[in-house]
Design a protein around this ligand. Structure first.
Ligand code: A3P
Length: 314
């Protein structure tokens, strides 16, 4: 399946035709989740591959064999991509499934499900920079144009996979409607991988010894994953991902946006961000002046569901 220049539009959202068809997207929205499933939910470039690796290592109790022998898309396939049924049929044991779909498209399928849902969020300024560089190497995505043009499309929500704002507001806003839900950020994983591993292992009810945690941490580090062909996408042929134009495991940093945004772009982003999030009961903001990149969350309405409850795992 090449279809590199085809875009599928499904419920007004654009998807790369290389991996998506109308049938594959309908399959996802009508999916029958099992209570033993773990569903990873991310907006692209938010740390999807990282959490796939973390979950693999946790469930393997720190043994890197699976992480080093099975590509991430085979062990945690994207629900909406055409090859998903094939991998799920072949999977043994509890299924790990990944999705970039917005909440409203999966809400009916998840209703009453006890599947474990893990949502990973990342500072959207870093997301847009990572996404921009990814467009340059991924031949199944359109030419991003200049960064200014791409940023404008991102803020309007016209990029592939839709609006970042709708994605996060949809999933986090409905966290209370999902029986087993864990929220974690890229920034949290970056600042304290060990605690993040513990948090995930606790949520998955798969406790690890200190040695198993240490081994998991080693194999989930950026440097380790960068060299692991099962997650660094070097298995993907050049005509699909042009590795001469960039690396999938690019920087792996918090706050790389500062190297890309002008002051004017940053101010504009902040203004759009404020207006998009104003209606939301959840306000994401960069609160600590000493570390302006930390993605913090405040709950700003009395009726909003406490995030502490959402992430409670013991
Ligand atoms: P950058 O482009 O900023 O480097 P996704 O898997 O959702 O497509 O996200 C890819 C981003 O996550 C890339 O960001 C990649 O480098 C980063 N990433 C993947 N594994 C990581 C790790 N172990 N540590 C830090 N960042 C990681």
């Amino acid at each position: 399946m090449a279809r590199l220049d085809i875009t599928e539009t499904f419920c007004n959202i654009l998807f790369p035709g290389h991996m998506h068809t109308q049938d594959s997207l309908s399959y996802a929205t009508n999916f029958k989740f099992q209570d033993t499933d773990t569903l990873i939910v991310t907006y692209p470039k938010s740390g999807t591959t990282w959490i796939q690796e973390i979950i693999t290592l946790v469930l393997s109790k720190g043994d890197p064999t699976i992480a080093q022998t099975q590509p991430n898309w085979a062990r945690a396939p994207w629900l909406e991509q055409y090859y998903c049924p094939k991998f799920l049929e072949a999977s043994m044991g509890p299924r790990i499934i990944t999705t970039h779909l917005p909440y409203h498209l999966l809400a009916p399928a998840l209703q009453d499900s006890k599947a474990k849902v893990i949502y990973v969020a990342r500072n959207p300024k870093d997301v847009v920079v990572s996404y921009y560089h990814f467009h340059k190497m991924a031949n199944f995505l359109p030419d991003p144009g200049s960064f200014t043009e791409f940023l404008s499309a991102f803020l309007k929500g016209t990029v592939h996979y839709g609006s970042w704002f709708d994605h996060i507001k949809g999933w986090i806003g409905h966290a209370k409607d999902i029986q087993n839900f864990l929220y974690i950020t890229y920034e949290e994983m970056w600042q304290d991988l060990h605690s993040s591993l513990e948090k995930v292992s606790c949520f998955l009810q798969c406790s690890l010894t200190e040695d198993e945690l240490t081994s998991s941490q080693k194999h989930c580090s950026f440097n380790s994953m960068k060299e692991n062909a099962m997650v660094n996408y070097t298995l993907i042929p050049q005509e699909i991902m042009d590795h001469s134009k960039g690396k999938f495991m690019r920087r792996g940093k918090m706050g790389d946006w500062k190297n890309m945004f002008t002051e004017e772009q940053s101010d504009h982003f902040d203004a759009v961000y404020s207006s998009q999030m104003v209606e939301s009961s959840l306000l994401f903001k960069w609160e600590r002046p000493e570390d302006a990149l930390q993605l913090m969350i405040t709950i700003n309405t009395p009726e909003s569901h406490s995030l502490r409850e959402i992430v409670k795992c013991s």
